[in-house]
Design a protein around this ligand. Structure first.
Ligand code: DP6
Length: 394
């Protein structure tokens, strides 16, 4: 058997602060509004993907988190087709070097997350970003790749860059101008911290793809949001990020999350992503901010009950104590705090009373503390490849 050509890369999760919800083209994954996200640090949350090509492989195959999956999935096929098309175009047809990159060979793909899929975090964004980035490396393609990642999952295009990233909706029917662009790099706002509060979810909510389809078909609020609210908010959000104006950033983030969930409620039949734990987090954040008379903390929620909290480094120790007090964790085993180390802070009676909520035991399983991070990276160490020299998972 021929020795396979193997490349391994990693890619990050991103969390939108101006939400993408609704497509104008299902096939090409073109959105009805622009969106903006923060790329989370890969030390806490990442996907790792290995791609191998070899003349000896009989067919394209994929393994996700240890299990072989169906490679004929249309969105996987879109990404494979588009990367191969780009590789052919960039190399020029008939160029003998084309085959040295294995363009005519079959691929084996193996991908794992360093966080539980069950945590309900946007694993498809990191997954498709990593797939596209790794395939591009294998086939020697460089340059703009977010338009291909977008065809795997809309939000994946934003995971192709680090820091603060906008997905410009574009106007063209062919989607060529619907691309992600970095607004500021991850080093821009070092004090910004992100806390993922993983809610103990009982059941799997409605998926984003079908949820947003129903919203586009039935919600007039969504149409209003896309046409009349988001364009202005994008401008304000980019300015808030550039100025590092936490209060403005935080307020826009919360309002946009709330409006997204309002469009879900305006969908017919309605979609509920927030549960009682999410609602308690929302109250807690507003009461905390009111107590201090300034916006120190913000929440945002995607298509599930987990809260993602933004705050500044100096407020993390106290705020996590507040969360721990109002969501007393399960004491047996498992760590409550994961990710970046959090210093201990004392909690005053005055603050507890000012918040004055009834504690919800075990509502939150754990907190992942993280910050903004870089975009996809190549893993140089060959011992970290997920596929062995036979092209099968190690
Ligand atoms: C609520 O990108 O998962 O997280 O394009 O159908 O794959 P598809 O949807 P997806 O939707 C993400 C929706 C969201 C908001 C956001 O990330 O902007």
């Amino acid at each position: 058997m021929d020795k396979p050509n193997i490349v391994t890369c990693t890619a990050p999760v991103n969390i939108a602060v101006i939400k993408y919800w609704g497509k104008r083209d299902e096939e090409l994954i073109l959105p009805i509004n622009s969106s903006l996200s923060v790329t989370l640090h890969q030390e806490q949350l990442k996907t790792t993907t290995t791609v191998a090509t070899s003349r000896s492989f009989q067919e394209d195959r994929i393994w996700l988190n240890g299990k072989e999956e169906d490679i004929t999935h249309p969105r996987l096929q879109s990404c494979l087709r588009e990367i191969r098309r780009l590789a052919r175009k960039r190399r020029g047809d008939g160029d003998p070097s084309v085959d040295s990159t294995g363009l005519s060979h079959k691929v084996h793909i193996c991908s794992v997350n360093n966080f539980p899929t069950a945590a309900g975090l946007a694993s498809s964004a990191a997954g498709f970003a990593c797939l596209v980035y790794t395939l591009a490396r294998v086939f020697g393609v460089e340059g703009e790749l977010s338009g291909i990642a977008r065809q795997g999952s809309g939000s994946a295009c934003r995971s192709m860059y680090g820091g603060f990233v906008q997905w410009i909706m574009g106007k063209k029917d062919d989607g060529k101008d619907s691309l992600a662009q970095q607004v500021e790099p991850e080093t821009h706002w070092p004090e910004l911290r992100i806390l993922v509060l993983v809610a103990s979810a009982e059941r799997k909510p409605v998926g984003s793809t079908s949820g947003m389809q129903t919203s586009v078909q039935t919600s007039s609020l969504l149409k209003h949001r896309a046409e009349s609210v988001v364009p202005g908010r994008m401008v304000e959000m980019i300015e808030a990020v550039q100025r590092k104006d936490f209060a403005a950033f935080a307020e826009l983030t919360m309002k946009d999350s709330n409006q997204f969930h309002a469009t879900c409620l305006d969908t017919y039949p309605p979609i509920f992503y927030l549960n009682s734990v999410s609602q308690q987090v929302i109250s807690l954040v507003h009461r905390y901010n009111r107590h201090y008379g300034e916006t120190r903390v913000a929440y945002t929620f995607d298509a599930g009950p987990n809260a993602v909290i933004f705050t500044l480094q100096q407020h993390v120790p106290e705020f996590v104590q507040v969360v721990q007090h109002f969501f007393p964790p399960e004491t047996n085993g498992g760590q409550f705090f994961k990710g970046l180390p959090v210093n201990h802070a004392a909690l005053s009676e005055e603050l507890k009373q000012a918040i004055g909520l009834e504690p919800m035991p075990k509502g939150i399983s754990y907190i992942i503390s993280t910050k903004a991070g870089p975009g996809p990276c190549v893993v140089e160490d060959p011992t970290l490849h997920l596929l062995g020299s036979t092209g099968l998972p190690k």
